[in-house]
Design a protein around this ligand. Sequence first.
Ligand SMILES: [Ca+2]
Ligand SMILES: [Ca+2]
Length: 143
Amino acid sequence: MRVMVVIAGALALAACSGRAKEPSAEEQAALANYVPPFVMSRLDFGGVVERRFRRLDVNHDDKLTRNELPKRLVARFEQIDRNKDGAISNEEWSAWMMGRFDAQDINHDGTVTSDERERARELHETDLPTPAEEPANTIAPRN
Ligand SMILES: [Ca+2]
Ligand SMILES: [Ca+2]
């Protein structure tokens, strides 16, 4: 039994030292072309969705009407306006946007990653809005 433990320890050491070796030329080239992976958490996305609602709601009546929606979303108006009252409430907006997030979060771990975003693009889904598009410090003050 003791022998087995020693062997396992030696194997673990070998595995560690293998990983610590200098990067190969290929690995270095890959690092030079490195694009940071895209990861967006559900929590971050919730903030983006809220800020986008505020930005789109030009007349500050807490509803989005057709004339306030970007063109590509006007086609989805009926779908987003669940109660068919002709306006999109914050709740309806949030429910629809979070639904899009959850549909793209294929492994349901609460984040959408580069791979999942690529997959959504292959299915001709439009990209989810990102924190970079709706930074927290650009909310127009309400009057
Ligand atoms: Ca409005
Ligand atoms: Ca509605």
